[in-house]
Design a protein around this ligand. Structure first.
Ligand code: 4NP
Length: 156
């Protein structure tokens, strides 16, 4: 089993979108029994809440239901559980690096490292003024790159 954790700030916009989009991709490829997926936030503001309605709407337009997800906070133990801990932006990455146990640093990456064609390192925070559609498209591109990496490194 390969385990993937997506992490943003609030765990109500970007990372639950990534969880839903990546799960749909993994299931469409028949890999649902081989890859476990979760998401979390570095901040506690929205713990227990479902994804933002705008994120739910972008997913629903693509046939993906993320309404049942609930926000939780990322914690140090996640670095023992998950093979991939994927930060949406540099601030998330710094906050995760600060709680990462010694020896587990190789599990932490920026999610967009799996989307070199985008020529950017961060999925922008859409909460106040961002485009949820643009965010969704970036996430979808990186989800494909991530699955290629998992196939090559873990499932080959
Ligand atoms: P997310 O977006 O990190 O993609 O879930 C945000 C959600 C909430 C807040 C900021 C970003 N907030 O400040 O409450």
């Amino acid at each position: 089993m390969v385990r993937v954790l997506f992490v943003c700030l609030g765990n109500i916009c970007r990372s639950p979108t990534a969880e839903g989009a990546f799960r749909a991709l993994v299931e469409a490829q028949g890999l649902g029994n081989s890859i476990e997926i979760d998401s979390a936030g570095t901040a506690a503001y929205h713990v227990g809440e479902p994804p933002d309605s705008r994120a739910q709407g972008e997913a629903r337009r693509r046939g993906i239901d993320i309404s049942g997800l609930r926000a939780r906070r990322a914690h140090a133990r996640d670095f023992e559980t998950f093979d991939y801990v994927l930060a949406m932006d540099g601030e998330n990455h710094r906050n995760l690096a600060a709680i990462c146990p010694t020896g587990r640093e190789d599990r932490l990456s920026l999610f967009l490292e799996f989307a070199p064609s985008l020529n950017r390192t961060e999925v922008p925070d859409p909460y106040y003024e961002g485009s949820f559609g643009t965010v969704y498209e970036m996430i979808e591109t990186a989800a494909h790159g991530l699955l290629d990496d998992i196939r090559a490194r873990h499932l080959a």
